[in-house]
Design a protein around this ligand. Structure first.
Ligand code: NAD
Length: 363
């Protein structure tokens, strides 16, 4: 982390690291409160297009370095996701270090809310891994700079169905590009992770007549969804050797790596998980060399962000859905650009996102 400068805000024990040069971050804030046990990091990557929006993740990181790396990487991804989706938002993210099951209290969440508030709206938070709607209500008691609140409180509710719709649009556009038709009827699609997003995706796919294979570590859920949607269950690592048309990673990051790419027989990868490529350049290239169309994750999983953005503007679900539908056209545009310029699809998407940010910077 070259050229980082630090300053300490005396009143709230908040260490502010600015001008981070490593991934181009504007500001990274370390928050520590001994009374509540809060240890959090808020990373603001870029606010050229608007306030930095990104969820708060609570995770039992092995050490602070892992937490810093995670928040820097995730906040950077948020900048590009907002930019490529045409939103007036920057990229940010927060992590709280600790066990979400045992260390989370109302006092801790409210203290975190105070830190968010101290940034004066430069960072807007939302739910992420390890957070519940209830936690966001506590944050909301201390700051108005929080989104993705429940429908009962006038918010936009769970963003996952909209995320799943966007992934479905990105998948169909990839099919159109690869096979000349976006019809998924009869195609075999592997959905890894049947959580909030995965289940909604399975629903869209079965409605269209695709053969859906589901994979998860939760056997009860697998049995329920197999019954409900007539999907086929495949457990464990064997999924990478299946005869499939499309692989949809909807659980974890980094599942697209040299080992899995060598084994995968699919022609398209399109899913919801963040950071699917273990190494953006290397694995984007390996997919391309093998003729696999990789639909960039930060482009096709942006539906949830589009939905919470709509909440900030005055929630209109229909508008959010229509804006998410546009992921289809953007995906096609990016796949064609990658082919034309002989670059990876990830690089093509990144170029468009960075261009939008730079154009605004220079305007
Ligand atoms: P979720 O926690 O509801 O579901 C994740 C599912 O993956 C769970 O069913 C879990 O059991 C399963 N899983 C965990 N480890 C696994 C493994 N090793 N193999 C197979 N399955 C495993 O999460 P979600 O909200 O559905 O999000 C899914 C992914 O999409 C996450 O990576 C998330 O970061 C990303 N994402 C979600 C949204 C959203 O709106 N929820 C938006 C953008 C990106």
């Amino acid at each position: 982390m070259s050229t980082a400068t630090t300053e300490t805000k005396p009143n709230n024990n908040c260490l502010v690291v600015s001008k981070m040069s490593l991934m181009g971050h504007e500001q990274v804030v370390f928050c520590q409160d001994t009374e509540t046990g809060l240890k959090a990091i808020i990373a603001i990557h870029d606010t050229t297009l608007g306030p930095a929006l990104g969820g708060t993740r609570m995770w039992n990181y092995a050490n602070e370095q892992d937490a810093i790396q995670d928040v820097l990487r995730l906040s950077r991804g948020m900048s590009f996701k907002a930019a490529i989706s045409g939103l007036e938002l920057g990229g940010g993210k927060a992590v709280i270090i600790g066990d979400a099951n045992t260390e989370k209290t109302e006092a801790l969440m409210r203290k975190f809310g105070e830190y968010v508030d101290s940034l004066g709206g430069k960072y807007i938070t939302a739910e992420d891994v390890g957070m519940s709607t209830k936690d966001m209500e506590y944050v909301r008691m201390e700051t108005k700079h929080v989104t993705g609140i429940p429908e009962s409180m006038g918010g936009s509710g769970d963003p996952s169905p909209v995320t799943a719709f966007g992934v479905y649009m990105g998948m169909k556009a990839s099919a159109k590009y690869k096979w000349g038709s976006d019809n998924l009827d009869g195609k075999t699609v592997l959905v890894q992770g049947i959580g909030h997003v995965g289940e909604n995706l399975v629903k869209h796919l079965t409605e269209e007549g695709a053969n859906v294979i589901i994979n998860d570590i939760n056997e009860t859920r697998l049995a329920e969804l197999a019954e409900q949607y007539g999907a086929t269950i495949v457990m464990g690592d064997a999924i990478y050797d299946l005869d499939i048309d499309i692989y949809a990673p909807c659980a974890l990051g980094a599942t697209v790596n040299p080992d899995t790419i060598a084994r995968l027989k699919c022609e398209i990868i399109a899913g919801a998980a963040n950071n699917q490529l273990a190494d953006e350049d290397r694995d984007g290239q390996l997919c391309s060399d093998k003729g696999i169309v990789y639909a960039p994750d930060f482009l096709i999983n942006a539906g949830g962000l589009i939905n919470v953005y709509s909440e900030i503007k005055g929630y209109d679900r229909e508008h959010a859905i229509n804006q998410t539908r546009a992921i289809y056209d953007t995906t096609l545009e990016i796949l064609k650009k990658a082919e034309l310029e002989d670059i990876t699809t990830h690089a093509a998407a990144l170029e468009i996102a960075e261009q939008r940010i730079n154009d605004r910077k220079n305007a």
